[in-house]
Each structure stands twice: as structure tokens, then as C-alpha cells.
Ligand binder design. Structure first.
Ligand code: ADP
Length: 389
């Protein structure tokens, strides 16, 4: 213990030994070869840590950083032992020399142990050739995915075009059919009218009743054909304009004021936005939804309709909430199909085309329509319109 204490006390003391030049018989050549070699090794060892640090500072994704630092410390310590070997030719600092050697030994072993610990990880690392092969494989897979995507896109485009064409054909058909049906209908209507005028009261009661049935059916047929024509006309004259929905709703309510008054309906509306839309179609949409909300009222309650709009991620969602009879969950999608009705004509009149109209109008504006409803409590119809069309 005393020796250890003395060692550190006399760390810089050089009086115990002569300088190395005086130890033994050095020729100048031998001594300077020794010194120059030590200094060369030291300077090289000294430069290596700087190169390592520069590498780490530039390569931000470098791995094994701790190993680099350990290695830098270990190599610096190695260099220092050579430096002090050279120094001892003039100053015999053998204690410092021994201490530095000890530190070098320690650092060397820490590095060795750390290396052993890292070995499995190092084995698991892929070589650059393996990485290149993997990149190559990925590139190939990506190219395949791109190719598949392109094919899919082409197919979807083809399908969309085909669907659009079929839709157009169908619309054309509905238009022509309903248009052409009007003519024979007009003829039967006028002949039945003639029959009625000329023979009503002169035939037996049954004949009069039959004529009434024919007139009623003709009227229904007229409404149907009229609705169908309207349906096929949606979006024919496409012209987007800025529509202030507050004004639009006011117009709709004005048009419906009689029904509203008769049913003692209460209509509440929040602040509605200005949208880019097909005005006539949008008005029809509002009108159909408000009309239905009043039509499908509960017999013992005044209809209350609330109209609002909310904006989220550039999409506007309108809601028309009522306190009417509601819709069973199984029918909540089906009601948007043309001619789909849930009630007898004697309970609620209508052709079952209103919501099909609404769906077509909303889709024309790039949106979707759906309903949330609790039977016996009421329904809320939602539709979206994207703000930038
Ligand atoms: P129509 O009103 O001519 O029967 P619609 O297409 O407008 O046809 O509606 C289809 C069906 O959806 C209606 O027959 C009705 O049963 C149901 N429906 C529509 N709106 C409402 C509503 N607000 N409340 C309850 N049921 C509704």
C-alpha cells in the first residue's frame, strides 16, 4: 500500500532513474531510430480518433457509436505509451509511463469485451452485397406492384367509362320511354274524358265507377311519367353556380308554405353555407327532404324539421332531422332505390321516386347521401357536398 501511495506522490519525480540516453550504450542512430519510430506511431495513433470523430459527425446513421468512441480512446492511449517512451530519452517519467500503459491495458480489454458482446449483432448485419441484392429485389417487386396498379387503373377506367355509357343509355331510355308514353296516355285520357262527359249518368253505376278508376289510374300514370322524366333530366343542363343555401331554403319553404301551414310544421335552420352547385337540382333536393319530413310525420305530433350544415376536412355535411315516424334499419338503404316505397298509397301518397332523385342529385355533386333513423322517433338525412368541385 505504501508503494502505491509513494508511486502517486512521486508521479512526476524523475530522480530515481537516469534519462534513457544514459542507460546502456545507445548509438545516435539506434536512439533516434527508436525515438522517430515511437513518434511516428504516436502521431498516427493520434490522428486516427480525429478521423473516427469526423466520420461519426458526418454519418448520422452510423451504428456502434459507443464502439467507435471506445476504439478512439484505446488508440489514443496506445499512442500515448509510444510518446512517453520517446520522452523518457530525456525525462525518465517511468511512473507516468507505467500509469498510461495500465490505462491502455484497461481500455484495450474493455474494447475486447465490448467487441465480443457485439459479435452476434455484427454477424447478423447484412453485407453490402446482400443489401444490394435486397434493394434489387425490392425494386423488382415495386416495378411489379406499379405494373399491377397501372393494369388495375386501366381496368377501373374502362369499367367507369362502360358504366357511364350504360348509365347514359339508361337515362336516354328512361327519357325516350317516358316521353313517348305521354302520347298514348294523353289519348286515353282525352277519350275517357269524352266517355265521361257523354255517358256519365246514362249508364249503370258500375260503368261510372270503372270510368273513375281509369281516370285515377291515368292521373297516377301521368305523375309517374312526369317524375321519371324529371329523374332522367337531372344533370342534363350542367351549370355549376354559387348557391347561397340560406336563400335556397327560404325559396323552398316559400314554395311549400301551404303544406307547412296545414301541417303546423316547425322548420328550424342553422346558418347554411354558400356552395358551388347545380341550383335547380339542389333546390329539388332540399324540397324533397323537407317534403318527406313533413309527409312522414307522426299523427299525434306537429312535424319539427331541423336543417344544419357542418364543415369537416373541406367536406360539407348537410343534415335534415325530423321527428316523424322513422324508418326500420333494414329499409334505410333500400329507400334510395327508385320506386321503393314502404307504405301503402292510401297511407302516404307518393311514387317512391323522391329519394332516388335525391341520391342522383347528391352523386351529381360528388357526394353521398344516407339516413340515420330510430323508428317511432324520427330520421336524419345526411348528404355531403365537397366544397371545391
Ligand atoms: P315517396 O315519398 O314518393 O314515397 P321517396 O323516395 O321520397 O318516395 O321515399 C321512399 C320511402 O322512404 C318512403 O315511402 C318512406 O317510406 C321513406 N321515407 C322517406 N323519407 C322519410 C322520412 N323523413 N321519414 C320516414 N320515412 C321516410
Amino acid at each position: 500500500m505504501q508503494q502505491v501511495f509513494d508511486f502517486f506522490r512521486k508521479l512526476f519525480d524523475t530522480s530515481d532513474w537516469p534519462a534513457r540516453w544514459q542507460c546502456g550504450t545507445w548509438t545516435d542512430f539506434h536512439g533516434w531510430l527508436y525515438i522517430t519510430s515511437d513518434l511516428l506511431v504516436w502521431s498516427a495513433y493520434f490522428a486516427i480518433p480525429f478521423i473516427i470523430i469526423r466520420y461519426i459527425s458526418k454519418k448520422h446513421d452510423a451504428r456502434f457509436i459507443r464502439l467507435y468512441f471506445l476504439f478512439a480512446g484505446f488508440i489514443l492511449a496506445c499512442g500515448a505509451t509510444h510518446f512517453f517512451d520517446a520522452v523518457t530519452f530525456w525525462y525518465p517519467v517511468y511512473r507516468i509511463n507505467a500509469l498510461i500503459r495500465f490505462i491502455t491495458g484497461l481500455l484495450s480489454w474493455i474494447t475486447v469485451l465490448y467487441l465480443i458482446r457485439l459479435l452476434p449483432l455484427a454477424f447478423s448485419l447484412r453485407s453490402s452485397r446482400e443489401l444490394e441484392a435486397e434493394v434489387e429485389q425490392r425494386k423488382k417487386a415495386e416495378a411489379q406492384v406499379r405494373e399491377l396498379n397501372n393494369t388495375l387503373e386501366r381496368k377501373v377506367q374502362q369499367r367507369t367509362l362502360e358504366l357511364e355509357r350504360k348509365n347514359k343509355e339508361l337515362e336516354q331510355f328512361a327519357y325516350v320511354a317516358s316521353h313517348d308514353l305521354q302520347e298514348p296516355l294523353r289519348t286515353t285520357t282525352s277519350f275517357v274524358e269524352l266517355l265521361r262527359k257523354q255517358y256519365q249518368g246514362q249508364m249503370d253505376e258500375k260503368a261510372d265507377k270503372y270510368i273513375d278508376y281509369i281516370v285515377q289510374s291515368n292521373d297516377r300514370m301521368k305523375t309517374l311519367i312526369h317524375d321519371l322524366l324529371d329523374y332522367s333530366r337531372i344533370g342534363r343542363e350542367k351549370k355549376l353556380v354559387q348557391v347561397d343555401c340560406n336563400h335556397l331554403l327560404a325559396e323552398v319553404l316559400e314554395d311549400l308554405h301551404q303544406g307547412i301551414r296545414e301541417n303546423e310544421a316547425i322548420i328550424r335552420a342553422g346558418e347554411l353555407p354558400i356552395v358551388n352547385a347545380f341550383r335547380t337540382e339542389l333546390k329539388q333536393l332540399f324540397q324533397n327532404l323537407v317534403t318527406n319530413s313533413i309527409k312522414f310525420r307522426k299523427s299525434n305530433e306537429s312535424p319539427v324539421v331541423e336543417i344544419n350544415a357542418e364543415k369537416e376536412h373541406g367536406t360539407l355535411t348537410f343534415s335534415f332531422r325530423d321527428n316523424g315516424i322513422g324508418i326500420e334499419p333494414t329499409y334505410q338503404e333500400k329507400i334510395f332505390i327508385i320506386f321503393k316505397r314502404l307504405h301503402k298509397r292510401s297511407d302516404y301518397e307518393g311514387a317512391g321516386i323522391g329519394l332516388a332523385h335525391c341520391k342522383k342529385i347528391v352523386e351529381l355533386h360528388g357526394g353521398k347521401i344516407w339516413v340515420e333513423s330510430v323508428p317511432g322517433e324520427g330520421s336524419t338525412f345526411f348528404f355531403t357536398i365537397s366544397e371545391t368541385q
